[in-house]
Ligand binder design. Structure first.
Ligand code: DX5
Ligand code: ZN
Length: 221
């Protein structure tokens, strides 16, 4: 598994030029496309769905797409994201009546499965499904909007999640989402994250190459 991955959140991209924006961040060195799906029910915002994911594939994006589903109920949209070409599909345990079943639906469809934990949601449910997750995503802001401030308590939670991954002996990505920037990425990596979502820090920067290079330089320190 690649040690560190940078995953720009397209929530902060220019949606009118989405294909081009995704091309540009990938050309600038990003590894994974983070695709935020909000339903104005589970979270107070409304974004994009499987049609847009399929459109990015049709446009020619071959990089991994990490579909972060902030949607309740989640099960009936999982199949659509598999068909749309999502690589990872993650959902919040609060948004599923049957967490094990939702994870299994994702895996049966051939995608990689993950669980997302809000800042105040404990990691307890992982205990019985560790063998079914390929990614653990810790929210370091309350979900719904880009551009919020990183919640520092997430650092301890990252250490907790990293210990669970080590104990499992499995290859599981530990992703962090919310308020990640050039200034805090090193501390976040030291706490155990290996996959870094960044929306506003990347898309609001004047030069994608420079900001991604600066993040990698911090990670290499
Ligand atoms: C928030 C989303 C994030 C968000 C991150 O609900 O899941 O992916 O876009 O944006 P920044 O990096 O600006 O905090
Ligand atoms: Zn996200």
């Amino acid at each position: 598994m690649q040690p560190f991955a940078i995953a720009p959140s397209i929530l902060s991209a220019d949606f009118a030029r989405l294909g081009e924006e995704v091309d540009n961040v990938l050309a600038a060195g990003a590894d994974i496309v983070h695709f935020d799906v909000m339903d104005n029910h589970y979270v107070p915002n409304l974004t994009i769905g499987p049609m847009v994911c399929a459109a990015l594939r049709k446009y020619g994006i071959t990089a991994p797409i990490d579909a972060h589903l902030m949607v309740k109920p989640v099960d009936r949209i999982i199949g659509d994201f598999i068909e749309a070409g999502a690589t990872y599909i993650t959902f919040h345990p609060e948004a599923s009546e049957h967490i094990d079943r939702s994870l299994q639906l994702i895996r049966d469809g051939g995608a990689k499965a993950g669980l997302v934990f809000n800042p105040a949601t404990p990691l307890d449910v992982l205990k019985y499904v560790m063998d079914k997750v390929d990614m653990i995503l810790l929210m370091s802001v309350n979900p719904g909007f880009g551009g919020q401030k990183f919640i520092p308590a997430t650092l301890d939670k990252l250490r907790e999640a990293r210990a669970l991954i080590e104990a499992s002996g499995r290859e599981i990505r530990l992703e962090i989402d919310g308020g990640v920037n050039v200034h805090n990425i090193r501390e976040i990596a030291a706490a155990g994250a290996d996959t870094f979502v960044a929306g506003s820090a990347i898309f609001n920067a004047p030069h994608y190459v420079e900001v991604i290079a600066a993040m990698r330089a911090e990670l290499a320190k």
